[in-house]
Structure formats: C-alpha cells, structure tokens
Ligand binder design. Structure first.
Ligand SMILES: [Mg+2]
Length: 196
C-alpha cells in the first residue's frame, strides 16, 4: 500500500509545549540571571504565569519571554523525548497542540523551529507537519490533551479529556488525572481510560 493511502487510526493525544516538553521557566530564569542579576530567583513557583510570581518585576519577566529567540532557546523538559516515544510505544498518535504567545510575534515560528531542532531529528517531519499552534485548543480533536495549564479555555466543549502535566504551579488543581513527569510509571493507566 502506498504511504499516501495509509490512514493512522491510533488515538490522538494532543501535547502542549511550554511546561510540558519545553522548559519555559528555566529559560526565563537563565535570562533573568544575566539581564537582571539584582532580581533574586525564587525557588518556588505558585502562579501559572511566572511573571505573577514576581509581582514587582512582572514587566521585566514578560519582556524576557517576548524577546526574539526566546522560544527557540528553551531547553527540553526532562525526558520529553522519551515521553513522546512512550506515547508512540503505547500505540497513541501524539500531536503538538500549543498556544502562541500573543505578545511575542516570533513565538509561533520559533515553536515550529524548536520542534525541527529537537523532535524532527528523532521522530521525523510528521511532528512539525502535524503540529497545531492555536489559542483555541478546544477545537482540536483528540482523546486527551496533556497540558500544564490548570484551566483550559472552553475545555467543556472539547473532544479531549484534560490530563494535567504536573508542575508546582498547578498542584492546587485537584480531582483531575495528572502525569508526574514523562517517566511516570502510571502513564499507561492514566491514558488508557480515555480510549473509547
Ligand atoms: Mg503549557
């Protein structure tokens, strides 16, 4: 059969980028230490937006994540590539589903460039070809969305079930399935109930 006619019927798992695959916080902290060494870097994270954890310096923090080159520079979250491979091994079809940052005009293209740099060499062009960069994640189809954001806009109208990717700033969101890092031993048990 020609590959053109191959239909992938594996259940789709949508995967967020920032705070799930790409370490947004670490890059903010790296740049903060260089640009504003006078601002103490906090050990704790409480609010979803890191700028909200630095109320006196929120404009400086936001200026950092609006810089050209910021999104291309994000380090990988620990075991992100292994996690993507685990989804494939579990016979799921992972697809990127990430929101652009409206205040950063480079974020969309840089997110795709980041995938080309880190994911395409391991998993092929399909990752970037199929990547969805949208602010309206509820319009994308999948059985699951893995996302660190505690509240996803219009999630009630979505086809997917939101599974939280554990981060310090989303731990007050209880009563929802949660993945603790990409090495989570319960990954399969957490995802399987979503398969119809
Ligand atoms: Mg995120």
């Amino acid at each position: 059969m020609s590959q053109d006619f191959f239909i992938d019927t594996a259940p789709i798992i949508l995967v967020d980028m920032d705070g799930v695959l790409a370490d947004f916080d670490q890059e903010v902290k790296n740049r903060l230490a260089i640009k504003h060494p006078d601002i103490p870097i906090l050990d704790t994270r409480e609010n979803f937006y890191i700028s909200d954890d630095y109320p006196k310096h929120s404009l400086k923090i936001r200026a950092i994540s609006d810089e050209q080159g910021f999104f291309e520079s994000l380090p990988l979250i620990e075991d992100a590539l292994e996690g993507w491979q685990r989804l494939l091994d579990l016979k799921f079809h992972p697809i990127i589903c990430s929101a652009p940052i409206r205040s950063n005009p480079y974020s969309k293209i840089e997110k795709l460039n980041w995938l080309k740099k880190h994911f395409v060499p391991v998993f092929g062009e399909r990752v970037v070809d199929q990547a969805i960069i949208t602010s309206d994640k509820h319009l994308s189809d999948g059985i699951v969305l893995i996302d660190d954001r505690p509240e996803i806009m219009n999630s009630d109208a979505a086809s997917w079930k939101h599974i939280i990717f554990d981060q310090p700033y989303n731990r007050d969101k209880i009563g929802q399935p949660r993945i603790i890092g990409w090495q989570d031993k319960n990954l399969s048990d957490i995802l399987k109930p979503a398969v119809k």
